[in-house]
Design a protein around this ligand. Structure first.
Ligand code: CA
Length: 371
């Protein structure tokens, strides 16, 4: 049976496949697309981001989200994406969208820890959850509701909109053989990982992605982390540092967020609201898969073509960092009642998801051949 005949038998007629035609009450043959869409208002939104325009994975992830909304809405909601600094500097997008300067922002919640330390839970937690696990906490473990509550006073609605998967520990010009090798190190490392480095005797700084290479090359920082091979290759960080350490203990599955200005969101009809939210879910998953698909290819280029030395952080160093991380994360719970609720939700979810992961993913990965 041809698709058209099948749709006809279901009695869906001209409505099938396009909500736009639902209001056409004339006989099917009179309901042309041009007539039906003539009365549809096109809404134009701006999206500001913390990434360089079209930067692989992150910037292209923001573009993918915008394009998906445009497509799913049949062009009714059109988003123009701006790279960092085009409309507003990277670390000002939160306030900009909150104030209505743009309708959408694309960044990561730990950049806004100055508003509340608890925001960092909605990016990533050192030694915390992987990409799949943090998404499970978000969509099925109560985290998204908590995150919405956190951003509500700023007139913003947050959504997960991408994930880097496990990052790399970063780029260094010296070997890290024991915890004392981190002492005195000035390193770009955001969020709670930065606080852990501070307690290990280092000095964390936060810089936006576009500033990293120059800072490392000129020696204003000694070391940096960014995301993983796919992104780090694109920034050319291998030209400014020799050792590339893993694993990314500080960012085991970092969520890239999108947030919407609440007033603008509430002006949308129900179907466009659903399209924005569901496009964020598609974009969230798509970015995660892109990193999984591309990271190893990029790592091979870094090693084979650029002579990068890849090293694993020693167990002693990781054990000490984990001890410090547990302290740092637990202290946030003591900041205020809301932070305690987020911490307890996170801890409870982590405990039960690890129990399952131990006999599923971890058990399987341990039995699989390593190459
Ligand atoms: Ca990072």
């Amino acid at each position: 049976m041809k698709r058209r005949d099948f749709i006809g038998k279901l009695g869906l007629g001209a409505v099938a496949g396009s909500g736009l035609l639902a209001s056409c009450t004339k006989p099917k043959t009179d309901c042309s697309n041009s007539e039906a869409t003539a009365n549809i208002e096109t809404i134009h939104w701006k999206m500001v981001t913390t990434w360089p325009k079209n930067f692989p994975g992150l910037g292209t992830g923001a573009e993918f989200f915008a394009k998906t909304i445009n497509e799913l809405s049949g062009g009714r909601l059109q988003i123009t994406v701006y790279g960092a600094g085009e409309l507003v500097p990277a670390f000002e997008i939160f306030d900009f969208v909150s104030g209505g300067g743009a309708q959408l922002g694309h960044g990561s919640a730990y950049y806004w820890k100055g508003k509340s330390e608890a925001f960092q839970f909605f990016s990533t937690i050192p030694f915390g959850l992987t990409a799949d696990e943090i998404n499970a906490w978000m969509y099925h473990g109560g985290a998204l509701e908590l995150w919405r509550e956190a951003y509500a006073p700023f007139g913003l609605i947050p959504m997960p909109c991408g994930n880097t998967t496990v990052q790399m520990a970063g780029w260094f010009n010296r070997e890290i053989n024991n915890i004392d090798d981190l002492k005195g190190l000035i390193m770009r490392i955001p969020g709670l990982g930065g606080e852990v480095l501070k307690r290990a005797g280092g000095t964390p700084v936060n810089l936006s992605g576009g500033e990293l290479f120059t800072a490392l090359q000129t020696g204003s920082i000694d070391a940096t982390e960014w995301t993983g091979p796919y992104n780090d290759l694109a920034f050319g960080l291998y030209k400014a540092a020799k050792y590339y350490y893993y694993p990314g203990w500080h960012e085991p599955g970092t969520i890239l967020e999108c947030f919407v200005n609440k007033e603008a969101y509430e002006k949308l009809p129900d179907d466009l609201r659903a399209i924005v939210f569901n496009a964020s879910r598609v974009a969230n998953h798509n970015m995660q898969l892109e990193y999984i698909a591309r990271n190893n290819q990029a790592l091979k280029t870094l090693i084979d073509d650029h002579g990068v030395i890849v090293r694993r952080l020693p167990d002693d160093v990781l054990n000490e960092l984990r001890r410090l991380a547990d302290e740092v994360v637990a202290e946030i719970a003591g900041k205020d009642a809301f932070s305690r609720r987020v911490y307890e939700s996170f801890l409870g979810f982590k405990k039960q998801v690890i129990a399952w992961q131990n006999i599923s993913e971890r058990a399987f990965l341990n039995t699989r051949q390593s190459s």
